[in-house]
Design a protein around this ligand. Sequence first.
Ligand SMILES: *[C@@H]1O[C@H](CO)[C@@H](O)[C@H](O)[C@H]1NC(C)=O
Length: 311
Amino acid sequence: MARTIRICKSHVRRAALVWFLSALLFFLLFRMAVQSSSQNDRFTDSESPSLNSERSKLYDKMARDLDEHGAVFLRGGETSQSLSISDIFSLKDGAVTPILKAANPPVRANVLYMSPEFSVPISQAVRDVFLPYFDKAIWFQNSSLYHFSMFHASHHIEPVPATNDEIEAEANAVKAVAETLCPLKIILDRVVLTSTGVLVGCWQVISGTDPMVIRLKLRDSLPRAPQKQLYDPALLHTSFARLLGHPKFSPEELQKHPDELQFFHELVTCLNNKVRGFEAIVSELWYVEEFDVLALALNGRIMARRFHMGC
Ligand SMILES: *[C@@H]1O[C@H](CO)[C@@H](O)[C@H](O)[C@H]1NC(C)=O
């Protein structure tokens, strides 16, 4: 009798253990499922705080760049796409002229487009602050072509040649992606000046499809695209201008601003006071063939296919 009870007990214990382990397994799987679905939410939730804080960290880093590396552009530095400033501009008779070089094969870029409704007021503020001091030693981004670089189907570092048919197929794939994207409401987080002299607007997302998701979708739809892309996938930036030389001071101003780097910071702060917090709506994704190197930045030859974001 005692023995039976013991066996029963141990049987019960074993059954309880099996039940307990099953319950534990179920609980763990359930937790994993919940976690992975909330990770997916992280990418589809438009007001994604974690991605905005990731962007903030990137922008902090970009803002430190000038102090950490100094004004490299004054020493004939490189641009963000590893082209030397002296390669892309000439200062002829005091006038800035971009030196356009054919891109062979053409670069195929996917960019978000900012309409003049939003770009013109920003462009005006940039001019108001910088033109008085830089006169001709500055290149302003054409306000008709303010854009956020998302994903390259081919770039100059890793060219992916394509036939006309392949280009059509890529454009159609991008159009299909655009139809699934929700227009973005964005806010200008800050303007920074990089050590390469580029004045960059750094944006945060209020609502709409996050740039991280847009890039993931474009990568899926453009399998031949270069593995290595040019920018961090969270980044949402547009370049406003490129400084090409020293600020010009009258003799009394020169005394007021002995430290050039400090003066750059003051100008950037002044611009931030005007434009920080500016909100914009972005609702077009462009598939752009750039027939010249940096054509979108330098008013080179482009062929743009414009797609409305359809969600
Ligand atoms: C700016 O871009 C627009 C549209 O591509 C073009 O029509 C215009 O000529 C450009 N402006 C300059 C100064 O090149």
